[in-house]
Design a protein around this ligand. Structure first.
Ligand code: CUA
Length: 153
């Protein structure tokens, strides 16, 4: 009788644990399921906003700038960008070929770019300086050279 209670308790906590895992995986949005986050990887250069990578000032939104990145083996477009200190920026990124990473060491920006998906991240830049964008997913022979630079001034 006593053992049965423990068995039920064990199964119940396993279910709780698994559902917590499921919820956090969903919130991190590694696999966005909304149709608006889907893009044809062959048409990246022709699809807005990826036809014009770089920084754009926007009006009437909760963020001041949109920063569009296109990753491909083995570079990011833009390779360098300057952003005014204190601005809130929406990073919008995708990849044209294979899976690439998008990590800014020293910040909490750490995304995975998958072909066919658009990822977005809103952040406020309160720290001046130069920040590197690094690829942290192995993508081929040029992987270790794949960087971009964000200058917050
Ligand atoms: Cu791109 Cu590693």
């Amino acid at each position: 009788k006593f053992e049965k209670i423990w068995l039920i308790f064990g199964v119940a906590s396993l279910i709780v644990f698994l559902s917590v895992l499921g919820v956090s995986a969903f919130h991190q949005g590694h696999h966005p399921s909304s149709w608006s986050n889907i893009i044809d990887p062959e048409q990246v250069d022709e699809t807005k906003p990826f036809d014009e990578p770089g920084l754009k000032k926007v009006e009437g939104k909760e963020w001041d700038y949109e920063l569009v990145f296109v990753a491909s083996a083995f570079l990011y477009a833009p390779s360098e960008v300057q952003i005014p200190l204190g601005s809130t920026v929406k990073i919008i990124a995708t990849t044209k070929d294979v899976i690439h990473g998008f990590q800014i060491p020293g910040s909490n920006v750490n995304m995975m770019l998958e072909p066919g998906y658009i990822v977005e991240y809103i952040t406020t830049l309160n720290q001046p300086g130069e920040f590197l964008v690094l690829c942290n997913e192995y993508c081929g022979v040029g992987h270790h050279m794949m960087t971009s630079k964000i200058e917050v001034v």
